[in-house]
Design a protein around this ligand. Structure first.
Ligand code: PBG
Length: 338
């Protein structure tokens, strides 16, 4: 019996473990490689001269303009060359139509100018949606049915405001505008508005398949942007659907999107793969606040290894087919790849 192990030999011409034997061989056969150039860092900005840690998103801050410019510089030094901004808007600037979103002197517009003048080579992407500006906390203009009180999010009037918002971002120097609202027809309308105003070099990264997800919870906490009533299920997609994501991708492509996006990322890897297979456009995926927070909190309690799970989650998203990843881990992952 003592020779049992030595004697047993399978007739196996193919032994997959040969390619896993050493770190060097594993490096040679690795199929998916992350690079800091893949990452887009989402940054929060507020109207204040101080930088505030965000309780619902440990490791993230609401930046002052100065803090924001500084943070973009830090990211760029690590090789993260693209950022996207999300503003926390003062309550008294919010309104039903969210007009503040297109104010040339608004917070985001000033942030774009400040960051582009300090870091001209960094790609500045802006979120186009009404929720930070809308007094109802929705991504579009809300109308309440006078009899039932049911809320309706008005598609076409919202698209008009989104075009104004996108134009104001382009005028301030944004490289790409990124509509996250999920209104129908907004990509085509924004493309036409940009072209009419001679902003044909400003690109559109469209939130193509954005799901009505509970994983956005910590983000809404960070910006005080949760809907005051109702939910986002009449415009964001049903988590149960995948064929519909392909229809969204077709529509955005036909309307002139430069980059498509799937959001959230980790729980929607099949959608990333499906869109990747269907479309030749570059594809982004957004590892959202809830995905980030779950990793951060499990690691804080010592349940998982933060760095390893961070890298594994990002590798999975890229392996599924994403070319680029919006992630709150951008700086840390870049440092690790360093
Ligand atoms: C809103 C917007 C949201 C996120 C990005 N843009 C929240 C929402 O749709 O309610 C979520 C990002 C995250 O959770 O990290 N236009």
């Amino acid at each position: 019996m003592s020779h049992e192990h030595a004697d047993s030999k399978l007739d196996l011409p193919d032994r997959l473990r040969r390619n896993r034997r050493t770190a060097s061989i594993r490096g040679l056969v690795r199929e998916t490689m992350l690079s800091p150039a893949d990452f887009i860092l989402p940054l929060f900005v507020h109207e204040s001269s101080s930088d505030e840690p965000i309780e619902s998103m440990p490791g993230c801050h609401r930046w002052s303009l100065e803090g924001l410019v500084n943070e973009v510089g830090e990211a760029a030094k690590l090789g993260v060359q693209a950022v996207v901004f999300f503003p926390k808007i003062e309550e008294d600037l919010k309104s039903p139509r969210g007009e503040e979103c297109a104010n040339p002197e608004g917070l985001v517009q000033r942030a774009i100018r400040a960051v582009k003048s300090a870091h001209p080579n960094v790609t500045v992407i802006t979120d186009v949606a009404l929720d930070p500006y809308n007094s109802d906390g929705h991504d579009g203009i809300v109308e309440a049915d006078s009899e039932t009180g049911d809320l309706r999010i008005l598609n076409d009037p919202t698209v008009d405001v989104l075009c104004e918002q996108a134009l104001s971002h382009a005028a301030a120097g944004a490289d790409l505008v990124s509509p996250s609202d999920m209104m129908d027809g907004r990509v085509g309308a924004i493309r036409a508005a940009l072209d009419d105003a001679d902003f044909e070099d400003v690109g559109i990264m469209s939130y193509t398949a954005k799901y009505a997800s509970a994983y956005y919870g910590p983000f809404r906490g960070a910006l005080d942007s949760a809907p005051k009533a109702g939910d986002k299920k009449t415009y964001q997609m049903d988590p149960a659907n995948w064929r519909e994501a392909l229809r969204e991708a077709e529509a955005d492509t036909a309307e002139g999107a430069d980059i498509l996006m799937v959001k959230p990322a980790g729980p929607y890897l099949d959608i990333i793969r499906a869109v990747r297979e269907e479309s030749d456009l570059p594809l982004a995926a957004y590892q959202v606040s809830g995905e980030y927070l779950m990793i951060q909190s499990a690691a804080r309690d010592g349940w998982i290894d933060r760095e390893q799970v961070m890298m594994e989650s990002l590798t999975g998203i890229k392996r599924a087919g994403a070319d680029m990843i919006l992630t709150y881990f951008a700086k840390e992952a870049a440092r690790k790849l360093g």
